[in-house]
Ligand binder design. Structure first.
Ligand code: MLT
Length: 261
């Protein structure tokens, strides 16, 4: 792993392989280790950069709110430091919100955009209220919050099919610092609508949505992509497709990148 300093904040990232660059952006309570299995399908052809976002994994917190734009600015600073111009972005869930913020702020640096179990819409009013409730729970007992939040991400069969992977995922999530959790909840709560990017941006886009995703409902994504020039794939399973559908998403992503990179 490597360290980079962004506004006096230590950022942890890995950098491997050669070729066009893919920037992997994990979701809430996740970290760069979540991409390990997927990376093994990609790193023969591409340079893969996987970052621990602000307040996640081994990266420090930057503030009391980490907006999607803060995270995108940090990613832009990292690729600038590495002297990279264009990258393909792959974002899971909150990582997709951040990929969209990056794409809006730095369009010249985007080769292609892949959203996994993510959405271009902002939080609904109800969701914002739930974020505030979550922040109250986190302040009282962040471990209990993290355990509950991670269990709810998976489809019902996943707990029997992938018990070890889900336990490893939960153990990683439990390492997320309290300030990092709250700063992300606050940041996701105030994120803006970026649906226009799905319709009007010039680079190739792939959206992968899961049938039983309880965090990002499939019907919402179907509405967002209607009429947009995107490759849209629906897969079985719940929110964490990198665990539940790893071979399937690897094959969808590899063939999309082959055509579009
Ligand atoms: C994530 O998995 O990144 C989050 O659950 C997304 C969200 O809460 O909106």
């Amino acid at each position: 792993m490597n360290t980079f300093t962004y506004k006096n904040t230590a950022i942890n990232y890995s950098d491997s392989g050669k070729g066009n660059t893919i920037l992997l952006i994990h979701g809430f309570l996740e970290n760069s280790s979540m991409w390990f299995d997927l990376t093994s399908h990609l790193d023969k052809r591409y340079r893969i950069i996987s970052v621990d976002l602000l307040g996640h994994g081994k990266s420090d917190c930057y503030g009391y709110v980490h907006t999607m734009e803060d995270q995108a600015d940090m990613l832009f600073a990292l690729i600038s430091e590495l002297r990279l111009r264009k990258v393909s972005l792959i974002g899971h869930s909150m990582g997709g919100y951040i990929a969209l913020a990056f794409a809006e702020l730095y369009p010249d640096n985007v080769r292609s955009l892949i959203l996994l179990n993510s959405s271009a819409q902002p939080d609904s009013d109800e969701r914002r209220i739930n974020r505030d409730r979550a922040i109250d729970v986190v302040k009282k007992n962040s471990n209990a919050f993290t355990r509950m939040a991670t269990q709810n991400l998976f489809d019902k069969d996943a707990h029997n099919l992938f018990p070890e992977k889900i336990e490893a995922f939960t153990q990683q999530a439990l390492k997320t610092p309290l300030q990092g959790i709250i700063a992300s909840l606050e940041g996701m709560k105030i994120r803006i609508d970026r649906e226009a990017l799905l319709h009007f941006s010039p680079y190739p886009k792939l959206i992968i949505a899961s049938k039983n995703d309880t965090i990002i409902p499939l019907d919402d994504i179907k509405n967002q992509v209607a009429g947009a020039e995107v490759t849209f794939e629906i897969i079985p399973g719940g929110h964490v497709s990198t665990i539940e559908q790893e071979p399937k998403i690897a094959s969808i992503i590899t063939s999309f990148l082959k055509k579009n990179n």
